[in-house]
Design a protein around this ligand. Structure first.
Ligand code: ADP
Ligand code: MG
Length: 675
C-alpha cells in the first residue's frame, strides 16, 4: 500500500523514520515521489585521452605502478597510484583511504568514477569511487544522518509498489502528448538505464506537475472572473494630492495610475498587476488608488508581506492621506491584543478608511464595513491563495497587486492569467546605477576600509548575512556573531544594529525606525529586509555568501540602496562556487535591469529548485523547471483547459486523483485547501 509508513516497509526504526520525515517523506508514496537531484553517469566509459578538465567521468583502467602512500600529518595521509587504459595514463590520489590498498588487485581492471583535473598534459583524478556496476546512479538531496546509500536502497525497496500509483493524467492527454505511464516514469526517474529513458520519464513528471499547477491556479481564478463590483470614480481629489507630493510623478507612473483609475471606475472588478522594478515608485501609485477609494466613500486595504514593510507604508502614507482628511489604520500580528481589537472595531464600523497591514488582515475576525479596493504589495512573497484571500472579504473589491519580480511574458500568462498587467518601465529621474562588485575573501580588508569611508561621509550600510535554510537558529547565530564582531571593529561613534526574523514585530519596527532616522549606522540583517524597505541615505549593501541567493533575491536586496541621490554600491561576497555562480555574479555586475535578471535567474536554475517557484509564490516543483519547460507549460495549459471544460470543478469520479494531487501540491506551501 502506498500510504504505508515507510518505517514498516523498510523495517527501520523510529529514529530513521524521523530523519526521512525531515525530508518530507512519511509514506511509500512520498518516497517514490522523492526525486534525485542529479545523476552520476557511470554507464559511459571514457577513454583517458578524451578526458576534459573538470568533468565527472568513468574510466576503465589498470594499475601501472604500485601504490605510493604517505602520512602527511596526524590526520592526513594520501594514497597515489598511476593507472592506464590503451589511450593514456591517469594519476589517481585518495586521501585517508588506506583500506583501498588492502584489497586492491594490481593486475585487475577497475572502473573509476570521479572528477578529472588536467594540469598541462597530466590527467589527474582525486578521490574517485571504484564502481562495480556501470549504471546511472541517482543522487538524492540529503539531510544530516541519511546517506545516499540509505535513501537509494530505501527507494529500491519501495519499487515493487509502483504499479499501485494511480495514473492521474487522462489517457487522451498521454496519447496526444506522447507521455509515458506513471509506473514507467517513477521507475526511470530513480533508476534510469539510459538518459533517454530518464528524459522520457522526467518529461512526463514535469508535464504532470505543470498540469496540476495550472489546474490549481485556474480553480482559484474561477472564483474571481466576471465579478461585478462597485465603481469608484471620485477622482477630483487626485490632482491636489499629486501636487503636494515632494516629487513629480514619472510618465510611467502617470500612465499606470490612469489605467488603474479607469478600471476602478467600472462595474466589473479590477484585477490588475502592476509590475515595476525595485525603486520605480509603486507605493505612490497605490496611494492614489486608495485615495480615490476613500474619497468615493469606501474602504481600501493594503497588505504587505512583512511587518517592517507594513509599518513603513503606514508611516509614509498616513501623513499624505490624513491631510486629505482620510483616516488610516495599521493592523499587524504583533500588535497587543487590545490595540488589534480597537483597530478591528474601527475597520468594522468604517472609522478607518484605509487600513495597512500584514497577513493579519485576512484573518476571520477582521470584518470590513465596505471594502472596495484591495492592494497587495510585493505579491511574489505571498502564496497563490493569500494573493486573493483579502479580496474575498465581501463587497467584491477591486484588486491591485504590485510586484517587483518581473517575469517573462509566457510565464506571467500562466501565473497571472486572470490579471491585466501595467508596467512601470521608467525610474524616477536622477537615480544612479548601483555599482555592483562580486568579490572574494581577499578583498575583505579593502571593503572594510570602504565601509568606513561611506560611514565617515554620513552614509549608512546594510549587511545581509548568510541564510542557512536548514536552521533558523544557525542563521540567527551567524548574524549575531557577525554583528558582535563588527561592533568591535568599527569606531565607537557608529552604531551597529541587528535585525532578524526572530525579533518581535515591535523590536523590528524599533530597529528599522532607528535605522531610518540615522541612529543606527550599520544594519546587520537576515533577509527580512528583502522587500520594500526604503532608507534613501543607505548607500552600501554588502551581501555575505551571495552564492546562496537567487538572482532575483539579490536584485531585491540590492534595491534597498540607490534610493536617494548618492552613488550607491552593492558588494557581493562569494565563497567559492562553480561556473554557474560565476555567471550569476557576472549578471549582477553587468545589469541593474530586473527583467533581464529574472530571465537569467530562471534559466540558470536547475529543475526542482525550491526558490525558483517560491519566488513567485507558487508551490514547489520537483521535476519541472519554469523556464526550460516553457513548451510543456503551453501544452499542459491546453490540456488543463479541456479537462476543466468538461468538469469545471473537478468533481467527477474520474478526476478525483487529479483533485487530490492539486490539493496536495497547494497544501505543501502552507496554502489553504481548495474548496
Ligand atoms: P518601489 O516601486 O520599489 O515600491 P517606492 O514606491 O518605495 O518603490 O519608491 C522608491 C523611492 O522613490 C521612494 O523614496 C519614493 O518616495 C521615491 N519616488 C517615487 N516616485 C518618485 C518620483 N516620481 N520621483 C522621485 N522620487 C520618487
Ligand atoms: Mg515597494
Amino acid at each position: 500500500m502506498l500510504s504505508r509508513r515507510i518505517g514498516s516497509v523498510l523495517g527501520v526504526g523510529e529514529r530513521r523514520e524521523k530523519l526521512f520525515r525531515r525530508l518530507g517523506i512519511r509514506t511509500v508514496a512520498d518516497l517514490l515521489y522523492y526525486f534525485p537531484r542529479s545523476y552520476e553517469d557511470r554507464s559511459t566509459i571514457k577513454k583517458i585521452c578524451d578526458l576534459k578538465d573538470g568533468e565527472m567521468v568513468c574510466i576503465k583502467a589498470r594499475a601501472q605502478s604500485n601504490f605510493s602512500s604517505r602520512r602527511v600529518r596526524k590526520n592526513l595521509s594520501y594514497q597515489k597510484i598511476t593507472v592506464a587504459d590503451d589511450t593514456g595514463i591517469a594519476y589517481i590520489t585518495w586521501f585517508n583511504q588506506n583500506w583501498i590498498m588492502r584489497n586492491f588487485d594490481l593486475t585487475a581492471e577497475y572502473t573509476y568514477y570521479g572528477k578529472v583535473t588536467i594540469r598541462g598534459k597530466r590527467v589527474e583524478m582525486t578521490s574517485p569511487k571504484i564502481v562495480k556496476d556501470n549504471k546511472i546512479e541517482p543522487i538524492y538531496p540529503l539531510t544530516a544522518g541519511l546517506t545516499q546509500n540509505v535513501i537509494r536502497s530505501a527507494v529500491e525497496k519501495c519499487m515493487p509498489y509502483i504499479d499501485q500509483i494511480p495514473e492521474v493524467i487522462p489517457d487522451w492527454v498521454k496519447e496526444k502528448y506522447t507521455l509515458c505511464g506513471i509506473d514507467y516514469a517513477i521507475a526511470n526517474i530513480h533508476f534510469p538505464e539510459t538518459f533517454e529513458k530518464h528524459e522520457f520519464a522526467r518529461y512526463r513528471l514535469a508535464f504532470e506537475e505543470l498540469l496540476i499547477l495550472q489546474l490549481g491556479l485556474r480553480l482559484l481564478k474561477q472564483r474571481r472572473v466576471e465579478m461585478t463590483g462597485t465603481p469608484l470614480c471620485e477622482t477630483s481629489g487626485v490632482a491636489s494630492f499629486v501636487k503636494k507630493l515632494p516629487f513629480a510623478l514619472t510618465g510611467a507612473q502617470k500612465r499606470v495610475i490612469d489605467e488603474i483609475l479607469s478600471d476602478m471606475g467600472r462595474e466589473k472588478v479590477m484585477n490588475r498587476l502592476v509590475q515595476g522594478d525595485v525603486g520605480s515608485g509603486k507605493t505612490a501609485v497605490s496611494a492614489i488608488a486608495m485615495l480615490v477609494a476613500a474619497q468615493s466613500g469606501y474602504q481600501a486595504a493594503m497588505m504587505a508581506p512583512t511587518e517592517i514593510l507594513a509599518t513603513q507604508h503606514f508611516e509614509s502614507l498616513t501623513p499624505l492621506l490624513e491631510r486629505e482628511g482620510i483616516t488610516v489604520g495599521l493592523l499587524t500580528g504583533s500588535q497587543p491584543l487590545s490595540q488589534k481589537r480597537e483597530v478591528c472595531e474601527k475597520i468594522e464600523n468604517g472609522e478607518i478608511q484605509v487600513v495597512i497591514g500584514t497577513h493579519a488582515l485576512i484573518q476571520d475576525v477582521v470584518k470590513f464595513k465596505n471594502l472596495r479596493l484591495v492592494v497587495t504589495d510585493e505579491q511574489h512573497r505571498f502564496g497563490v491563495k493569500q494573493r486573493t484571500a483579502l479580496a474575498e472579504k465581501g463587497g467584491s473589491p477591486h484588486l491591485l497587486v504590485m510586484t517587483a519580480t518581473p517575469i517573462p511574458r509566457t510565464l506571467s500568462l500562466v501565473l497571472y492569467g486572470d490579471l491585466d498587467v501595467s508596467i512601470i518601465d521608467e525610474m524616477p529621474p536622477g537615480r544612479k546605477i548601483i555599482k555592483t562588485y562580486a568579490v572574494g575573501e581577499s578583498m575583505r580588508e579593502r571593503i572594510n576600509k570602504f565601509m568606513l569611508r561611506q560611514l565617515s561621509e554620513g552614509r549608512q550600510i546594510y549587511i545581509v548575512c548568510p541564510v542557512i535554510d536548514e536552521s533558523e537558529t544557525l542563521e540567527l547565530k551567524a548574524a549575531t556573531e557577525y554583528a558582535d564582531k563588527l561592533k568591535k571593529t568599527v569606531p565607537k561613534d557608529y552604531v551597529v544594529g541587528l535585525m532578524h526574523g526572530k525579533l518581535s514585530g515591535k523590536e523590528k519596527d524599533d530597529i528599522m525606525s532607528r535605522f531610518a532616522k540615522g541612529e543606527i549606522h550599520v544594519l546587520v540583517s537576515t533577509t527580512v529586509i528583502e522587500v520594500g524597505v526604503n532608507v534613501p541615505n543607505a548607500t552600501l549593501m554588502i551581501i555575505e555568501n551571495a552564492e546562496r541567493f537567487g538572482l532575483s533575491q539579490l536584485h531585491q536586496l540590492r534595491g534597498r540602496v540607490g534610493r536617494g541621490n548618492h552613488q550607491s554600491y552593492c558588494i557581493l561576497f562569494c565563497q567559492g562556487g562553480g561556473e554557474v555562480t560565476k555567471q550569476r555574479m557576472e549578471i549582477m555586475q553587468q545589469t541593474n535591469d530586473g527583467f533581464k535578471i529574472a530571465e537569467k535567474d530562471l534559466q540558470l536554475r536547475g529543475p526542482g529548485d525550491f526558490f525558483g517557484t517560491r519566488q513567485h509564490g507558487l508551490p514547489e516543483l520537483k521535476a519541472a523547471n519554469l523556464y526550460l519547460d516553457m513548451p510543456i507549460i503551453a501544452k499542459a495549459a491546453r490540456a488543463a483547459e479541456v479537462i476543466l471544460s468538461d468538469d469545471s470543478n473537478l468533481n467527477l469520479e474520474h478526476n478525483r486523483f487529479l483533485r487530490y494531487k492539486i490539493e496536495k501540491m497547494f497544501a505543501q506551501t502552507g496554502e489553504f485547501g481548495l474548496n
